[in-house]
Design a binder for this molecule. Structure first.
Ligand SMILES: [Mg+2]
Length: 142
């Protein structure tokens, strides 16, 4: 497998076939933040992104957000989410440590996890190196 190639590509987080992921055995979903769950630099999640994450949790997925933003930069976001979702900042993607720390928080192994993000050199590369199913989205659109 080429490390920069995602296992699948979708237009946005709203276009991923999560039912199929569930039937493949995926139980943990890691999301990038910038240009994936929201516009670059956004300090809160929009209603639709928040609704999507809630819906995924209701369907049984464990959901986490993995971002390379500086420490504290995602804090407002985490509190806006009222700690419903695990948020890990300073993830230093594509390094594997952040991926495994967030998975540990979620209580799942890489083999049942998928990473959804817009960048090959951070999200896709890090997921592929970690044995996490990689999904590249073209960007945030809504
Ligand atoms: Mg991004």
């Amino acid at each position: 497998m080429r490390l920069l190639s995602a296992r699948e590509v979708a237009r946005s987080v709203f276009d991923v076939d999560y039912d199929r992921l569930w039937s493949m055995g995926i139980r943990a979903l890691l999301f990038d933040l910038d240009n994936t769950l929201g516009r670059r630099g956004s300090t809160s999640l929009g209603d639709e992104a928040r609704q999507l994450l809630r819906d995924l949790e209701r369907r049984g997925f464990k959901v986490g957000i993995l971002t390379n933003r500086k420490r504290g930069a995602a804090k407002g976001l985490a509190s806006a989410l009222s700690a419903e979702f695990a948020v890990l900042d300073v993830a230093r993607k594509p390094h594997r440590a952040g991926f495994s720390r967030l998975l540990a928080k979620l209580g799942h192994e890489a083999s049942v996890a998928a990473m959804v993000g817009d960048r090959r050199f951070t999200d896709v590369l890090g997921a592929n190196r970690s044995g996490i199913y990689s999904i590249r989205v073209r960007g945030f659109r809504r």
